[in-house]
Each structure stands twice: as structure tokens, then as C-alpha cells.
Design a protein around this ligand. Sequence first.
Ligand code: GRF
Length: 192
Amino acid sequence: INIAVFASGTGTNFMALYQHIRETKVPIKIACLICDQPNAPVVTKADELGIPVWTHRLREFEDKVSYEKAILRELKKYNLALIILAGYMKIVTKVLLEAYPHAILNIHPALLPSFPGRHGIEDAFEYGVKITGVTIHWIDGGIDTGPIIAQQPVPVLQGDDVEHLAQRIHQVEHDLYFRSICQVLKQRKLIN
Ligand code: GRF
């Protein structure tokens, strides 16, 4: 079963996914990485693992449509069951959504619909919530919107700071994403 990962940054979710697949021997393969930031650490990580990387900046293209069409040409090389957004900092538009209906997942480091956007962890912390968490959801073209697949709470502890909270959220992310992907593929009878 082939999946593609879209990421823009560090790639800890990308690595966690890769390692879970390897350790559990589940028949899922990260067929390619799509990255809009050629200098991002995630690109080096994929290169080291021998995973094909497509990395171009949006500004190399005339507009978002031609950018996504170029991505689409890359994706068409693989028979993809799912597209996994893991810290991909661009809104996915109709071009990809229509080519891959019900197949694009996102992870967000807060309990949606609370605290969408780029700073979900910080925003939740600053608001003073006692419980935040992680959300896995289908995307629908909005910013961190779309039907929820899974959520896991992460408590904000007494004396917590953003860094410690972020660490615990990332730990949860790294397990929950893999489990959610397996759950979706099982429901679709693509894996056992
Ligand atoms: C994660 O916190 C994810 O929820 C958010 O972006 C971050 C990506 O981190 N969408 P990494 O690149 O996987 O380390």
C-alpha cells in the first residue's frame, strides 16, 4: 500500500511514521515525500532513507494551480492509497482534493475545532486550557477543518511551559498518526 507524505519542516512525524512501518512490518510504503521547502530537514531525512523526494517552492510556479498540478504529476507515478500531511504548511486546494477525494489526512497539534492555524500548541497554552491534544482529520480545503478521524487529549500540567507541553503533544502525534492511518486502511480492507 503506497502513501505519500507532505511535509515542510523538521519531519519528526515523517520519521515516526517510517519507523512504525518498519517495526510493525505493516505493508505500507512511503512512496514519496512532497516538500515545499527544499532546505527543510525532512528532505535530508527522506534522502538518507532513499525515499523519492519532490521538492519545489511555490514561487517557482506561476500560481498555486500549476504548483499543485506539478505535484499531481509526481503523485500519479505511484498508486497512492492515502496522502499524509505532516507539518505541510500550505493549504491544499481543489486540484489535489479532487484528484484524491477522501484520501488526504492532516494532523493538528490541538483539539480541533479549537486552536486551528500554525500555532495550535502556543495558542492553547496561552488561552490557559487545562486539556489540549492532537487531532487527525480529513482535509476539506479550509485551515485545519474537515471530518475528524481521531483525537487524543494531552493535559496541561501545573507549572507547564510551552516547550514541555509541545514535547508531550509531539509524542502523542507520533503514535496517533500511525494508528489512525492503519485504522483507515483497515476500514478500507487494504491491510489486515
Ligand atoms: C506537527 O506538530 C503537526 O501537528 C503540525 O506541524 C508539526 C510538524 O512537525 N501540523 P514535524 O515536522 O513532523 O516535526
